[in-house]
Design a protein around this ligand. Sequence first.
Ligand code: PNS
Length: 162
Amino acid sequence: MKQKPLLAVYPGSFDPITYGHIDIIQRAVRVFPDLIVAIVGNPQKKTLFSYEERIEMIKNACPSVRIETFSGLLVDYVESIGAGVVIRGLRAISDFEYEFQMALSNAKMKPDIETLFMMSSEQYSYVSSRLIKEIAMLGGDVSEFVPEYVVKKLSEKLRLCN
Ligand code: PNS
């Protein structure tokens, strides 16, 4: 009997989406064809881009992936949609502590939800949305790190902010 593929969630801020995220999405859908990219709405964390803008940039980069937004606890959202797996990308050792804390806390709250880590591909192991925003704000070229469409959105946004 063929098993139904597990529904998996790849959560994040995606402020904005980077080649590092895209790499994880493309590799994760090979294992979990029913992948949902879930954008967090976190009032404590001020984002440069709105929900709509972040969705638009993800759609542009990964047109066939399902995108949803959620607020509140990740594990509550994951449970509410009947998903069983959370995917997280792991870059360097510096990511480990935070990811470890999050995975263990989530497992404590909902033991049935599994967190699976995918190692970043080597060429993206240092790419982060935070650094990209900083480079772009200081007038640097970010086209090595994000798709052309995101480069355009970043320069539009930063022009408006200045
Ligand atoms: O892209 P990010 O900012 O590293 O993603 C972090 C994210 C969205 C996975 C994390 O902040 C999260 O799960 N937020 C939802 C609120 C929550 O469940 N917090 C408790 C985590 S143990």
